[in-house]
Write a protein that binds this ligand. Structure first.
Ligand SMILES: Nc1ncnc2c1ncn2[C@@H]1O[C@H](COP(=O)(O)OP(=O)(O)OP(=O)(O)O)[C@@H](O)[C@H]1O
Ligand SMILES: [Mg+2]
Length: 254
């Protein structure tokens, strides 16, 4: 469904992505794991057309999408939930969800789609008229995912859905991500620092370090790799600062 081939992305003199290739098959949940600064956000932004790759190609459903504007990429069915959510704080929960459907050619069933999203995120239903800026961090993440789903994406890109959330809420969000995938068949590519929850939710995974992919496989296989256990899953469930530092020092992967 998505085929990223050998992309390089630069911010001026900074080479954030140094030749990355990934594949996302239809119906799968694919996780890209990596420490701070690995290039995870840049990878999603490059796929979504927010930044252009200097080299390489991105194919989605047999058409090349690199070089297209983000709104065109979104209309093709690739929708990004950015890091930090970026909901509209002065609009209500309901209005934020309605905004998500604005580029949709098929405007029927919008109310039914909103109801379906309230089914996954009952907390949003309880807060329909509330300004989105007054929601908690977890509720804002739910709203950001709900708003993206209103576009009826074929491929949903999630940038660190666990960011700033408690372990309990992180588990809740990932449980709902798995339900959305199972119930709608929506393909999901997510990036995460929380390797434990991402590897237990996704089907396939990639590990990214300093702009490169250093390991790939099914999540079951990755979870069994000694390096992954030691540097991602060892000790705490989430990659703490010490863990990320040790991890950055590693040069080779088995
Ligand atoms: N707009 C920008 N201008 C210049 N450099 C940038 C910009 N955005 C990111 N970078 C650099 O590109 C590299 C990759 O950043 P990116 O945000 O993709 O990492 P990340 O894996 O998402 O990190 P985090 O886990 O902290 O979100 C970093 O070295 C960062 O400093
Ligand atoms: Mg990031």
């Amino acid at each position: 469904m998505l085929s990223v081939r050998n992309i390089e992305t630069w911010y001026g003199p900074v080479n954030a992505i140094k030749g990355v290739s990934i594949d996302v098959a239809p119906g799968r949940i694919v996780a890209v794991l990596g420490a701070n600064g690995a290039g995870k956000t840049t990878l999603l932004k490059t796929i979504a057309g927010v930044v252009d790759p200097f080299k390489g190609s991105i194919d989605f459903e047999d058409a090349t999408i690199n070089g297209l504007d983000p709104d065109v990429v979104a209309r093709r069915g690739v929708v990004l939930v950015p890091e930090g959510r970026q909901i509209f704080p002065f609009l209500s929960v309901r209005e934020n969800l309605q905004m998500g459907s604005f580029a949709r050619s098929d405007k029927s069933d919008i109310q039914a789609d909103i109801e379906r999203i309230y089914g996954w995120f009952p907390r949003l239903r309880e807060r329909v008229a509330q300004h989105a800026g007054l929601l908690s961090g977890g509720e804002q993440q739910m709203l950001a995912i709900g708003r993206a789903l209103m576009a009826r994406p074929k491929l949903l890109l999630l940038d660190e859905p666990s960011l700033g959330l408690s372990p309990l809420l992180t588990r809740e969000i990932f449980h709902i991500i798995a339900r959305i995938n199972a119930e709608t068949g929506t393909t999901i590519l997510l990036v995460e620092q929380n390797a434990g929850i991402a590897l237990s939710t996704a089907h396939d995974g990639y590990i990214m370090e300093l702009g490169r992919i250093v390991a790939a496989g099914t999540c079951a296989a990755l979870s069994e790799k000694e390096d992954v256990k030691e540097f991602y899953l060892g000790g705490s469930a989430s990659a703490g600062k010490g863990q990320a530092r040790r991890w950055k020092r590693r040069k080779t992967w088995r």
